[in-house]
Every structure is written in C-alpha cells, then in structure tokens.
Design a protein around this ligand. Structure first.
Ligand code: X90
Length: 276
C-alpha cells in the first residue's frame, strides 16, 4: 500500500523527508513568458523579469490532469491546497479526486482546503505526516488534520499589493494605500480564506512589534512557526530570532517562498504560519 502526500506549489514545500511527496505546480504568466512553479523555476530570475515587465500578468491553477498525474497509483492520498477563496486549485483537485475514485474504488483520497496558503499549508502537511506515522486510520488522520487547521493561523506582511489587485484578489482601494512612502500592510487569512487587512505601518521595527502582538492575540504560545519570505531573508531571520528569544524551545523555520507566493506577496513580502 502506498501513501502519498501532495500539495500545490503555493505551499512553498519542495520536498518532504521520509515520505512520498509530490508538488503540483501553479503557473505564472506575463505576456509571452510562462513560468511553471516547479523545481526548475528560478524564482529570483522570475521576480527580476516581472519587475521589468510593464504589461499584465496573471496566474493559473493546476488542471485536473496535473492532479491525476500526481495521484499516480497511490492508495492513500492526502492533498493540501491553497484557499478556495482565492484560487480554483481546490476545486480542480476535488474534481480529480472524484475521477480517481471512480477508477480506483479501493483508494482513499482527501483534499484539504487550507483556506490559506504557504506556511499554513506546510504546517498541515507536516501534521498529516506525523499523524500518518502514528498508524491511525485514513479517516482519523483526516479528522485530526481538519481539527489542526482550526488552530493554525496565517499572518503576512506585504510591501506591495500590485499583483493581488491586478488579479482581483484584493480591492484596488486596499492596494493603493500600501507601498506608498514605505507603508506596509499586515494581514491575515480570514475564516473564508480571503485576504483580511489588519494594520498598516512603516519600518521593520514597527512591523515586527505589530506581528508579535498579533501572534500573541491569536494565542501563539511557543508552537511551530513556518516563515516564507520573498527576498527579505533578514526580516524573516529577525522575526525567527525574536520568537526564539521569547520561546526558546519553539520549532521555527524560515525559508524562501516558491514562485506563486513570490508573485503575489512580491519582494519584501513575508508569510507566517503558526500553531495557536
Ligand atoms: O488560481 C490561481 O491562479 C492562484 C491564485 C492565488 C491568489 C492568492 C495568492 C496569495 C499568495 C499573498 C498574501 C497572502 C494572502 C492569503 C489570504 C488567504 C500570498
């Protein structure tokens, strides 16, 4: 029996140790350029190209065939997707799952709508791997995975909302106030899986203070934190150090975002997923 863990590339996960993991790419397009968010994508190169490109750009979710290919011939399949509130990814994975079950009636497939992205998808994937390792039934792993999602949160800070607004994922009014005079936005994933602005500020120091307050308010008390950043390694490392100073035993990882989150979070953007 084979167990497979799958997520779209918005999870920023490239590989997972000791388990069968497959990443399904979303795509970013800008004029004639088409970037597939797979292991070959040069993310800094894409960001450079995009900053020089003045036309419209956009993204697209994986098609049903990409999911079916990722399912392979596995028997137990856990799929984690980016929020259905902002992307068709979950929907196409669900359709693929139904098709797969018709041809593989003994298989089990569950698609989790993270109602979030990046680090919160990653936290859920890691939890599913842990639960599966405990020898629980497929249904029990799914039940506990869903319960886990209720207790994890996503916060993010953005220095520009240009690409989110250009693609109708945030209102132009909200977007216009960010980026001007170095103003940054702090936001969270709403319960419906959309972008919820929380505050605006200027400067890293203020931003980190705000973030610390929001984590505390959300009930963060030293659990796991996953931080993906877009070309702001130092800011991510500073946040990691601040969390570790307050919670020395915490499991905190900071790493680069992959293509899809880099496109939307843009340079200076940082996504923070935490267990609350
Ligand atoms: O289907 C597609 O083409 C993909 C669309 C994705 C749109 C949103 C991606 C957001 C990435 C930006 C800040 C975090 C917002 C999270 C709210 C749930 C990261």
């Amino acid at each position: 029996m084979t167990t497979r863990f799958i997520s779209d590339s918005a999870s920023d996960v490239r590989e997972m140790e000791h388990v069968d993991f497959v990443s399904v790419p979303l795509r970013i397009s800008a004029g004639r350029a088409d970037y597939v968010d797979d292991e070959n994508l040069d993310v800094p190169g894409m960001l450079r190209d995009l900053s020089a490109y003045k036309g419209r750009s956009g993204t697209s979710c994986p098609g049903i065939d990409s999911w079916l290919e990722a399912f392979g011939e596995a028997d137990r399949i856990y799929v984690v997707t980016i929020t259905s509130g902002l992307s068709g990814t979950f929907n196409s994975a669900e359709v693929a799952a139904r098709q797969y079950l018709q041809t593989h009636p003994d298989a089990k497939v569950h698609v989790f709508d993270s109602l979030s992205t990046g680090p919160e998808e990653r936290l859920l994937l890691e939890k599913l791997v842990e639960l599966e390792g405990q020898g629980l039934s497929f249904e029990e792993v799914c039940r506990r995975g869903r319960a886990y999602l209720e207790k994890s949160r996503l916060f993010f800070t953005l220095a520009s909302l240009h690409n989110l607004a250009q693609n109708g994922r945030v209102s132009k009014v909200v977007a216009a106030a960010v980026g001007v005079l170095g103003i940054r936005m702090l936001g969270t994933a709403s319960p419906e899986g959309t972008l919820q602005p929380l505050a605006k500020c200027r400067g890293d120091k203020k931003l980190l203070e705000l973030l610390r307050d929001k984590l505390k308010e959300a009930g963060y008390r030293g659990g796991k934190v996953r931080i993906s950043h877009v070309a702001c390694r130092e800011l991510a490392q500073t946040l990691k150090a601040a969390i570790l100073e307050r919670y020395p035993g915490a499991d905190v990882l900071a790493y680069e975002a992959r293509g899809l989150c880099s496109y939307y979070a843009e340079a200076g953007g940082m996504l923070v997923g935490c267990e609350c």
